[in-house]
Design a binder for this molecule. Structure first.
Ligand code: HMG
Ligand code: MG
Length: 293
């Protein structure tokens, strides 16, 4: 199957997923510089920030300022994560035409992350359909805890199918499958994906691998073998523990590019420029840790 894949689409999530976990205060100016550097590397899509409650994620409280200060390249899709109508309105005000929404397979994770049940969260998504349709937004849907939940353990693939059905029903046709805690092994990835692909076309799905236990690269190989062509990743593997910058977090975008290069698959991303953007932010984070010490 890998032989048939000529092109992979990388969604850079470092500015959102990476920075939401960092305990240092990063200035808006430095975030903007980082995103501008990412823009120059040829990525097709960058998840810039989230419009969630600043009480829940203070790290991204400057999402409006960041969004309005970056230099946008019209060939790149800039996306913002939103949890509710308030977030959607803020994202539209900030000029977004692409948003990402979130749900999960685990009730406990849903409660901890969004303070509501899975079904109430899906009702919130449904209630936003008229607004995002009116504004002709492109909508991407995250499903978290597809393989493992930090609170409930291993997840049954059948509950993933139920969520996919509901997202497709409300017109969300790009679904990013999250290994939220980076615990899934290649065998587990394969088994769940087989169950999913028995019913749905691979073109609907992206992989969103965190790399806590070092399985992410192998898991991406499994994804490629099974026809997945969109991968979320973070330059420098940002995220995770604020005192170990560059460790764990999302799979590094450099790694996704290297895997693709080794298989002759085109990504369109300049690895050196990408790496320098990640290095820039890792330096900023290191400096913050140093200043706090
Ligand atoms: P809540 O506390 O139940 O909501 O949070 P609320 O309606 O009671 O609001 C609380 C306060 O937040 C109020 O302010 C609201 O106005 C305000 P107050 O009246 O107290 O001054 N508020 C907002 N402000 C700005 N923008 C908004 C917004 N919404 C409410 N959009 C809520 C519910 C969903 C808002 C909250 O739980 C939340 O923001 N959760 C998001 C948490 C988050 O961002 N988690 C990380 C992203 S998910 C992830 O990383 C996984 C992923 O990467 C995939 C994977 O790895 O698996 C995507
Ligand atoms: Mg994530």
């Amino acid at each position: 199957m890998t032989d048939n894949i000529k092109q992979v689409r990388i969604v850079e999530v470092g500015p959102r997923d990476g920075l939401q976990n960092i305990s240092s205060i990063i200035s808006t100016k430095k975030k903007v510089e980082y995103i501008n550097r990412l823009t120059k590397s040829g990525l097709p899509e960058i998840e810039v920030t989230s419009f969630v409650s600043p009480k829940w994620v203070p790290q991204l409280a400057d999402s409006f300022e960041v969004s309005n200060s970056i230099t946008k390249d019209p060939s790149i899709t800039y996306t913002a994560l939103i949890p509710n109508q308030r977030g959607l309105d803020r994202a539209i005000d900030a000029g977004y035409t692409s948003i990402a929404v979130l749900t999960a397979t685990s009730e406990t994770f849903s409660q901890k992350n969004t303070n509501c049940s899975i079904s109430d969260g899906l009702k919130v998504l449904k209630s936003m359909v008229p607004s995002w349709s009116k504004s002709s937004l492109r909508v991407r849907g995250y499903i978290s805890t597809v393989w493992h939940c930090p609170y409930e353990g291993a997840i049954n693939a059948k509950s993933v199918l139920t969520i996919i059905d509901q997202l497709l029903d409300i017109g969300i046709s790009e679904i990013s499958l999250g290994d939220t805690i980076g615990k899934a092994t290649p065998d587990e990835i394969k088994r769940t994906l087989e169950t999913i692909l028995y019913r749905f076309d691979a073109s609907h799905f992206a992989f969103h691998m965190h790399d806590t236990f070092g399985h992410a690269e192998e898991n991406i190989h499994v994804g490629l073998e099974m026809g997945i062509t969109t991968y979320d990743s973070s330059a420098g593997g940002l995220g995770g523990c604020p005192y170990a910058p560059g460790a764990s977090g999302n799979v590094a975008t450099e790694s996704v590019i290297s895997i693709c290069e080794s298989l002759g698959i085109h990504t369109g991303v300049d690895k050196n420029l990408l790496k320098s953007a990640g290095d820039y932010m890792i330096g900023v984070i290191d400096q913050g840790v140093f200043e706090r010490a």
